[in-house]
Every structure is written in structure tokens, then in C-alpha cells.
Design a binder for this molecule. Structure first.
Ligand SMILES: [Zn+2]
Length: 210
């Protein structure tokens, strides 16, 4: 029932520009004066980063949905836009940029497929021996297949053709070629970042980019 109530309030806000926020949001939110930019309804489609209770980034949603979660006290504001506000008849409210769920959500992240494309992505399209980003890039078995090396995240890495040929059928130690980064199974955040498009500056600390 509470959810239905909240939906009605949000709809009411969009049509009448008057929005009764939850007490919690209301208490921490009001800004007097603040930036003069009026929040257009379309900007409520702006992306907001959602963090799990553990601060792990899990997804993005629209500002509209973020407001709903804040209103229902299912999330709390972590970061807000300093140049935008939600303007209502009575007051201005912070525009969410990053929110955090109040309860831990078990997220069944899709298994990241072990593929050539995803290995390149994980390695930043960079040869892990010499650092070049010049194509063509290849996938190298760190421990060669003929020596028992498997097709695993930990044994596959990105190499330019030159390095791959130079290394040949040897281990990095034998070839005296050090890996820039030891290959490992990628975290889902890496792929979340790829799917986000433009990353807001306020999101960066939560996406482990700093
Ligand atoms: Zn190379």
C-alpha cells in the first residue's frame, strides 16, 4: 500500500510540482535559495548510481526512481549534484547523484563470459607485456597450452603480436617478460563501468577509479 501511495505522490509531483518528501529526506535536504536552475521533468531521467548497503556499486537508475527510494527511506543520499536542485513550491531539495540502499541486496550478477572481447576489456585493450594499445591484439596463454596452461581468467592475457611471437612457447619467466598486471577474474564493477556511458565525477570514488 505504501508503494502505491508513493507512486501517487510522485505522479502528483510531476504534474503539480509539489512533492511531499519523507521526513528523513526532508530533514536533511532543504536548501534555502541554492542554485537557481529549475529542474525540468526531463532531467529527472538523469542517471543516479546505486550503491549496495556495503557501498559496492550495483547499478544505475533514473533520478525519478532514486527519489522514490529516498522517499520510501529504502535508500539514503550519499552524493548530490551541487549545480542542480529539485524545486518544489515550498523549497529546493538536493538532486541525487549517488544513493545507498539501507538494506543489503543480494544481487545475482550475471556471470562474465570468458571471451576474447572480455579479456581485452579487462586489460584495457593494452598489451600486458609492453603496454601498447596498438592493434592487432591477441590473447596469450601465460602458461602455454602445450605446457598445461588452461583457458582461464588467470591464464589468459592480452598481448600484441610482437610480444606474443617473442614469448612463443615459453612462460613469462623463461622469456624474461614481466606481466604489467597479473590476470585475474574481473569484478562485475569493471563491466558496470563499461555499460554506464558517461561517468559522473561524483561516482568515481565508488567505481574504484581514483
Ligand atoms: Zn606487446
Amino acid at each position: 500500500m505504501r508503494k502505491v501511495h508513493a507512486k501517487i505522490l510522485v505522479v502528483y509531483y510531476f504534474h503539480h510540482r509539489s512533492f511531499a518528501f519523507s521526513k528523513r529526506y526532508h530533514q536533511r535536504a532543504p536548501l534555502s535559495g541554492g542554485p537557481s536552475e529549475t529542474t525540468a521533468v526531463s532531467s529527472l531521467n538523469a542517471k543516479v548510481l546505486i550503491l549496495n548497503q556495503s557501498y559496492e556499486p550495483i547499478s544505475v537508475c533514473s533520478a525519478k526512481k532514486a527519489l522514490m527510494l529516498l522517499f520510501l527511506t529504502k535508500a539514503e543520499m550519499v552524493e548530490q549534484h551541487t549545480s542542480k536542485v529539485i524545486r518544489t513550491v515550498r523549497s529546493n531539495y538536493p538532486f541525487p547523484s549517488v544513493i545507498r540502499l539501507c538494506a543489503y541486496l543480494r544481487v545475482p550478477f550475471r556471470k562474465i563470459e570468458l571471451s576474447r572481447k572480455n579479456i581485452f576489456r579487462r586489460d584495457g585493450m593494452r598489451c600486458q607485456y609492453c603496454g601498447t594499445q596498438h592493434p592487432p591484439l591477441t590473447v596469450d596463454h601465460v602458461i602455454p597450452r602445450s605446457r598445461g596452461g588452461g583457458d582461464t581468467w588467470e591464464n589468459l592475457t592480452t598481448a600484441c603480436i610482437r610480444c606474443n611471437n617473442r614469448k612463443g612457447n615459453r612462460t613469462p619467466d623463461e622469456a624474461e617478460m614481466r606481466l604489467l598486471v597479473l590476470p585475474k577474474k574481473p569484478h562485475h564493477v569493471l563491466f558496470l563501468k563499461h555499460n554506464l556511458g558517461k561517468v559522473d565525477d561524483t561516482w568515481r570514488p565508488y567505481l574504484f577509479m581514483d
